[in-house]
Structures are given as structure tokens and as C-alpha cells.
Design a protein around this ligand. Structure first.
Ligand SMILES: Cc1cc2nc3c(=O)[nH]c(=O)nc-3n(C[C@H](O)[C@H](O)[C@H](O)COP(=O)(O)O)c2cc1C
Length: 216
């Protein structure tokens, strides 16, 4: 697959088939992802892979755990334009694809809760970072994760990055055997996208280059 095609075809899948993903495949994707650049080549990403039996154990472990306060502020408290509208618009696209009415808070909540079943995905990676790392290293995590997701797309797999796990960060850390010295950034659910699911049948929009770039 051409790089441009992988970039274009990657999207956030929110309904996965049960088809398993082998840990060896995830190892190969992680090896590729680790070619991502990072300031000073510090490579700040810390990854836990949960798949197969471990995923079964994780699901039952999580069922016993309460939701927590988010481990970090997922969005600024008052999002401003144009970001606020972009966020609103993608939410509308998502709920419209599922036939969920705008004022149906219960159905929205239920859909949100599907995050905690990985939208049915058979595997995930959890991405942690040492608490001593700062914003530049967090941006390195983003590069790692996008490289991982593009490599997955190239391999015919689908992904869903999930900040939702910030609200179970203590539980995830405990399951993974991680200490307080690190914090969870997000999970990335991995699997085969369900091609029949309407929730996978739309694409988020982007603002045009003129809206965010200045040419001098
Ligand atoms: C770091 C990160 C965390 C995200 N967390 C979630 C999440 O918890 N649940 C979810 O459904 N989507 C999540 N998303 C997906 C975004 O909503 C999605 O990337 C955005 O709307 C653009 O759509 P696209 O990925 O299909 O291009 C996350 C994306 C990123 C990059």
C-alpha cells in the first residue's frame, strides 16, 4: 500500500469483528511504529499488549472495577472555535450513523460505554508514559501511535485510539503491572473492522489547509 493510501484509509473503527489478531502481528506493528521519530530519540512510549486470553482476563477484571476520575484533562475545559465545532460535528456524524437522536442522552451514554468493550475488538495496546516526561514527549507518543495505526492499516487491520481509558487508568495500570511512576495516555483497539456496521461507514471531515496554515 502507498503511504498516502494508508493515511487516507485509516479511520477510527467503532465496531470490530471477533476475528483474532495474533500477538506476533502486533509485535511487527510495534517494531514498525518504533521507527517513529522522537525528540532526542528518547522513545518515551511504554506499551502493554492485551490480546487473546489476556483480553478475556482484562474484560472480567474491568467488570469489577469502578470508573475513575480521568488521569489527565482530555480536552481544555472550554473548547473554543473552530475546535469546538469540529468536535460537535464529529459527534453528530457518529450519532447520526447509529440513528441516535441528538437529545437521546441515554443512547449516547450507552454508545460511549462501548469504549470499555473496545467496540468488540479482540486486541489492544495501552500506551503509558513516564510521569517525568513533558509535552514534547507526549507529542512523540502521538507520532508513535499514528505510525502504529498506519502500519495496521497497511496490514489490513483497523484501529480505534481511545482516550476513554483515561477514566480507568488506575485499573489498566494495575492489570498491566505498572506503577505510579507512569501514566496511561490511551489505548488503541485493534482488529478487523465490521464492514456491515453503519458506525464504520462514514468518514470524519477536516478543515481546509487555509484554515490552519499560513504560507509566507
Ligand atoms: C489520542 C486519541 C484518542 C481518542 N479517543 C477516542 C475514544 O476514546 N473513543 C472514540 O470513540 N474515539 C476516540 N478517538 C477517535 C477520534 O474521535 C477520531 O480520531 C477523530 O474523530 C477523527 O476521526 P478519524 O480517526 O476516523 O479520522 C481518539 C483519537 C485520538 C487521536
Amino acid at each position: 500500500m502507498e503511504t498516502a493510501d494508508a493515511i487516507d484509509q485509516r479511520f477510527t473503527a467503532r465496531e470490530f469483528l471477533e476475528t483474532p489478531v495474533e500477538p506476533e502481528t502486533i509485535r511487527e506493528l510495534l517494531t514498525l511504529a518504533s521507527r517513529a521519530p522522537s525528540g532526542g530519540n528518547v522513545q518515551p512510549w511504554l506499551i502493554d499488549v492485551v490480546a487473546g486470553d489476556a483480553m478475556v482476563r482484562f474484560r472480567s477484571f474491568l467488570a469489577e472495577r469502578p470508573m475513575e476520575a480521568a488521569g489527565y484533562e482530555i480536552y481544555p475545559a472550554e473548547l473554543w472555535e473552530p475546535h469546538r465545532s469540529s468536535r460537535f460535528e464529529v459527534g453528530m456524524q457518529l450519532y447520526d450513523s447509529l440513528g441516535i437522536a441528538r437529545d437521546d442522552r441515554a443512547a449516547r451514554g450507552e454508545q460511549m460505554m462501548r469504549n470499555y468493550d473496545f467496540f468488540g475488538a479482540p486486541a489492544t495496546i495501552f500506551c503509558f508514559v513516564d510521569r517525568r516526561m513533558g509535552p514534547p514527549q507526549w507529542s512523540d507518543l502521538g507520532m508513535f501511535l499514528q505510525t502504529f495505526m498506519l502500519a495496521a492499516t497497511d496490514a489490513g487491520l483497523a484501529t480505534c485510539p481511545q482516550e476513554a481509558w483515561a477514566t480507568y487508568s488506575g485499573a489498566v495500570a494495575e492489570f498491566c503491572g505498572r506503577g505510579d511512576d507512569v501514566m496511561l495516555f490511551c489505548g488503541v483497539a485493534i482488529g478487523h473492522s465490521d464492514p456491515e456496521a453503519p458506525v464504520n461507514g462514514w468518514r470524519s471531515r477536516r478543515r481546509p489547509v487555509e484554515d490552519f496554515a499560513v504560507f509566507h
